[in-house]
Write a protein that binds this ligand. Structure first.
Ligand SMILES: Cc1cc2nc3c(=O)[nH]c(=O)nc-3n(C[C@H](O)[C@H](O)[C@H](O)COP(=O)(O)O)c2cc1C
Length: 158
């Protein structure tokens, strides 16, 4: 299905950044299918399936029953997704997203294989979060004499 959707979108000839769900044990296969069908980049990851229950009502609290979990708690899930997809598809640019809240998280995402990092839920707590993350990451790079993100990309893979 991923292959069909991406191939249809690729008809547009526009750059295609394909956002994938982490809610599958076959993420790497899905990512491979997206790239083979014409994805120019991967955006990893969307929210993680979750559920909350209102214990007084004894019912799921969300209208849709389940929902998407985002924020700091999903950072390790997102990091692993980026790591595994970069290992399988080292030439494909990856945007790392999921729970990134500070500069260290952004640096870890790049070390896992991301070329860029996105900040989502952290902006609800602090609208300046993306700027703070970028500044902290830049300071980390300065302290370690790293001049470009590309130098660090995939560094955790040895
Ligand atoms: C309120 C909300 C709305 C979202 N809407 C979309 C959407 O329309 N399309 C999409 O691809 N991802 C959507 N996401 C997922 C985010 O882009 C992101 O992949 C996810 O929240 C993990 O990153 P974060 O922990 O930094 O928020 C949404 C997330 C939240 C919390």
């Amino acid at each position: 299905m991923t292959s069909q959707i991406v191939a249809a979108a690729a008809e547009s000839q526009l750059p295609l950044w394909i956002k994938l769900s982490p809610n599958t044990p076959e993420l790497v296969d899905v990512a491979r299918a997206a790239v083979a069908a014409g994805a120019s980049a991967l955006v990893l990851v969307n929210t993680v399936l979750g559920l909350i229950i209102d214990i007084e009502k004894r019912r799921p609290a969300l209208g849709n029953v389940g929902g998407g979990l985002s924020g700091a708690g999903i950072f390790p899930v997102a990091l692993r997704a980026v790591y595994e997809c970069h290992a399988a598809l080292p030439d494909t640019p990856i945007v790392g997203v999921g729970g990134v809240s500070n500069g260290d998280d952004a640096i870890a995402m790049v070390m896992a294989g991301a070329s860029a990092v996105e900040v989502g839920t952290a902006t609800f707590a602090n609208p300046r979060a993306p700027w703070l993350v970028a500044r902290e990451a830049a300071r980390w790079m300065q302290r370690h004499s790293i001049s470009s993100v590309e130098e660090l990309r995939g560094a955790a893979h040895g």
